[in-house]
Ligand binder design. Structure first.
Ligand code: MD3
Ligand code: FE
Length: 209
């Protein structure tokens, strides 16, 4: 069993959880996924303001957002209309090892950050099962991650996330505000063109009664 560091109640941090060989293997799987399901640029509901982060997904469901449809999960890519590629075994294994939840992951959101991309403080509440944890894996350049409490104004803590780090958000942290303040370019050589990939594995549907 991997050693977890508790950041705030409900957050388990596994620094360097995925060794470099595993990171390369995962990256190769992602290259194939992104060839079939290209990165797209989501937009904010109503305003249509584009995200600076580019996204794709794998697994049965994927998270998307656009001006008219808003935040949602759907089984197909918003541009190609094709079903999302299957979730690779290495990700299913990561969930089995870290998530401590009886049901498997339904969605893996792939976030790509170039050197200037960021993600403002937000809650993840588009899922119908808040009892299920969210598992995050980081690849590539390091990032400054920030996490607070359930209210937007709660005090926050910052953490540098590095390639291979895993985080599990459950219990009281599942609805915590969080975001990425900045990427630190040049801190990893894993991605040939630099930048950062974050994967979040989630349950989406309400659990069976
Ligand atoms: C805390 N992604 O995709 S991962 C997201 O690095 C997202 O791309 C960031 O926030 C990224 O929604 C942060 C860490 C993370 C993911 C999900 C969480 C933290 C979380 C859900 C609940 C609480
Ligand atoms: Fe989030």
């Amino acid at each position: 069993m991997a050693v977890a560091i508790q950041i705030v109640p409900g957050v388990a941090y596994y620094p360097g959880w995925l060794p470099v060989e595993g990171q390369r293997q995962l990256l190769q799987a992602l290259d194939e996924i992104l060839a079939a399901a290209p990165l797209f640029q989501p937009a904010m509901p109503r305003t249509g303001k584009p995200f600076s982060v580019q996204m794709s997904n794998c697994g049965p469901l994927g998270w998307v957002s656009d001006r008219d449809g808003g935040y949602r999960y759907q089984p197909t890519h918003p541009q190609t209309g094709a079903p999302w590629p299957p979730m690779p075994q290495i990700l299913q294994d990561a969930w089995a090892n870290l998530a401590d939840y009886a049901l498997g992951p339904q969605a893996c959101l792939i976030n790509y950050y170039n050197g200037t991309a960021r993600m403002g403080l937000h809650q993840d509440r588009d899922e119908a099962d808040f009892k299920a944890p969210v598992l995050s894996l980081s690849l590539g350049d390091s990032a400054l991650f920030r996490i607070g409490g359930r209210e937007r104004g709660d005090k926050t803590q910052s953490l540098r996330l590095h390639s291979g780090d895993a985080l599990v958000f459950g219990g009281p942290a599942r609805l915590a505000f969080h975001g990425i303040d900045r990427i630190m370019p040049g801190t990893s050589t894993l991605l040939p063109n630099g930048g950062r990939i974050n994967l979040t594995l989630r349950r989406v549907d309400a659990p069976p009664a």
